[in-house]
Write a protein that binds this ligand. Structure first.
Ligand code: NDP
Length: 234
């Protein structure tokens, strides 16, 4: 199996682990990056998912170099944490524009080829915060919860064409995004995680690889928690 895969934000963190896992499984993997030097071993396309034109250009490049995208992993995301009363409208809308509308941009573009091929796999990276909420993350939580409604609507819309749309909801994962937390914050978070540790990016990647595989052909509209039990009872 050597499918054309695109992972947004695949240059570091969870996205890079997903790109590696799918490449190891034999797929041709393209990643998006915004600046700096992308990691070697993948087709790297520069793309800011808040910009429609850049998304269009990135897909064209991937299509030319490795074929229409058959597996899309929408992983790129940001946080701009702030308590509601201090949160500016820009802090709210920019997080939604990246995490939710950015995902809309790439998913919409990817489905063009998938509809033609009458098959496809779409995996969205949400968060435990989508379902449990998190003080100081109203913008992030709203954007990540939006992904669940988005995915489930698309699962209904695209199912008849054998396109599956699923969500992975990680808990706390050891990446740049969580390294900014203080030791106190880290300690208190660990206390609420039944497995009492953060996930590695590879542990999130395993679930994505499964959802993208033939073994998951009958799974669509699912939200898979990879959170050490943090969100138990979702
Ligand atoms: P990182 O901050 O390490 O990486 C974020 C990635 O998203 C980078 O590749 C970054 O690109 C990319 N990105 C951000 N904004 C844009 C944009 N506008 N256009 C294109 N790419 C963009 O985060 P993680 O690896 O930790 O997170 C990956 C995903 O997992 C995110 O969606 C995050 O919300 C989610 N998640 C993370 C958790 C965690 O504990 N770490 C928990 C739950 C969910 P660049 O390098 O150019 O900045």
């Amino acid at each position: 199996m050597s499918r054309s895969v695109l992972v947004t934000g695949g240059n570091r963190g969870i996205g890079l682990a997903i790109a590696r896992a799918l490449a190891e499984a034999g797929d041709k993997v393209a990643i998006t990056y915004r600046s700096g030097e992308p990691p070697e071993g993948f087709l790297a396309v520069r793309c800011d998912i808040t910009d429609h034109e850049q998304v269009e250009r990135a897909f064209k490049e991937v299509e030319e170099k490795q074929g229409p995208v058959e597996v899309l992993v929408a992983n790129a995301g940001v946080t701009k944490d702030q308590l509601l009363l201090r949160m500016t409208e820009e802090e709210f809308t920019s997080v939604v524009d990246t995490n939710l509308t950015g995902t809309f941009r790439v998913v919409k573009r990817a489905t063009r080829g998938m509809l033609r091929a009458r098959k496809g796999r779409i995996v969205l990276i949400s968060s435990v915060v989508a379902l449990t909420g998190s003080a100081g993350q109203a913008n992030y939580g709203a954007s990540k919860a939006g992904l669940v409604g988005f995915a489930r609507s698309l699962a209904r819309e695209l199912g008849s064409r054998s396109i599956t749309v699923n969500v992975v909801a990680p808990g706390f994962v050891d990446t740049d995004m969580t390294r900014v937390l203080s030791d106190d914050q880290r300690e208190s978070i660990l206390g609420s995680i039944p497995l009492n540790r953060y996930a590695s990016p590879e542990e999130v990647a395993s679930s994505v690889r499964f959802l993208a595989s033939d073994d998951a052909a009958y799974i669509t509209g699912a939200v898979i928690p990879v959170d050490g039990g943090l969100g138990m009872g979702h």
